[in-house]
Write a protein that binds this ligand. Structure first.
Ligand code: GLN
Length: 246
């Protein structure tokens, strides 16, 4: 019997811009190609929490979307914190990256408290940071994506960035050349794109952590068709990376 892996898409109704749901598709597809049985749980406000969660993927959103989900996020904060502390891999893009930090002060002066999984805080500014972006990371190599945010995020001492950007005016805050944050197995990042189709190394890292947590080891059981299809996806990713980085 195939081993089940429970994948949660967090607030897909309100937190899913610039194609962030592509991240969910990639994780589902790659899990299946590794020979696992991925089970998708779309969690929106007020939904029941599934019995089991192995990976959580959250997307970006407008300030208005963030305001919509914030109460529910707080209702779920302890569960999310416990899962994060227990090593559940999570990928939070942009709007949810901000809300996994300490707070987000929007450009119109509203303050949204975050759930403090990541040591980071965010302050909105008039000028948005927008554009294709390459960042460098020791663990994942070059990460390719697209940013579009008004919030400037600053990391607290002891919180590692996901990577570093070369240019002023890009990344977490446009000033210190950091991008994203990483604590334990939780990644927060401004990278849309979607991120994972172009960065399979991050998708595989999330998958590996999840499977090891649940089954003790990551031992893909692939047919030759599955291996072939995975190689095809990786080749497509390489092409997309070249175009995006050009
Ligand atoms: N609303 C947030 C900001 O503008 C997040 C935007 C996003 O998720 N792309 O900073």
């Amino acid at each position: 019997m195939e081993n089940i892996v429970d994948v949660m898409s967090l607030y897909p109704k309100d937190m899913n811009i610039y194609g962030d749901s592509g991240n969910v598709l990639v994780v589902m597809r790659r899990l299946a190609l590794y020979g696992y049985a991925p089970r998708l749980h779309a969690y929106n406000q007020g939904d029941d929490w599934p019995e089991h969660v192995d990976i959580i993927l959250g997307g970006g959103g407008q300030d208005t979307g963030q305001k919509k989900i914030i109460d529910d996020l707080f209702a779920r904060a302890n569960q999310l914190r416990d899962l994060a502390a227990g090593g559940t891999p999570m990928l939070m893009i942009c709007g949810l990256f901000q809300l996994f930090g300490e707070y987000f002060e929007t450009v119109d002066g509203a303050r949204l408290d975050g759930i403090r999984v990541l040591g980071a805080y965010t302050v909105g500014q008039e000028k948005r940071m927008i554009g294709n972006l390459v960042e460098h990371s020791d663990d994942f190599g070059d990460i390719i994506g697209y940013e579009n945010h008004s919030g400037q995020t600053f990391l607290r001492e002891g919180t590692a960035p996901l990577g570093h950007v070369d240019h002023d005016g890009t990344g977490n805050n446009g000033e210190d050349h950091t991008e994203g944050a990483r604590v334990n197995n939780v990644i927060g990042t401004y990278m849309h794109g979607s991120l994972l189709p172009k960065n399979p190394a991050i998708a595989d890292w999330l998958i590996r952590q999840a499977v090891i947590n649940r089954y003790g080891e990551f031992e893909p059981d692939q047919t030759s068709e599955q291996m072939f299809e995975m190689a095809r996806l990786d080749a497509l990713a390489e092409e997309a990376r070249k175009v995006a980085a050009a």
